[in-house]
Design a protein. Sequence first.
Length: 82
Amino acid sequence: MNYRTKAEYYIKGITMGFVEATEVIAWCDEIVAVAPKTEDWMLEISSSGPDDRMSILSQLNTVKGEADPVELAALLKAKGVS
């Protein structure tokens, strides 16, 4: 799954209330540990606190790429969101 798809999922999750900021931070911590090249948004989110929802949303909106609509729909469906 590409980063943009996951970012879209987390944007929807935070704004709709089914994802906590800590989940997004943990995801970025994992990415930073294994990514061959880190990007600014990864580091910014990874160093955020659980109360930095707006900053995290802002950083998620900077993730480059195209979201895969099929994968995004599957992620949302798994959370009961259509």
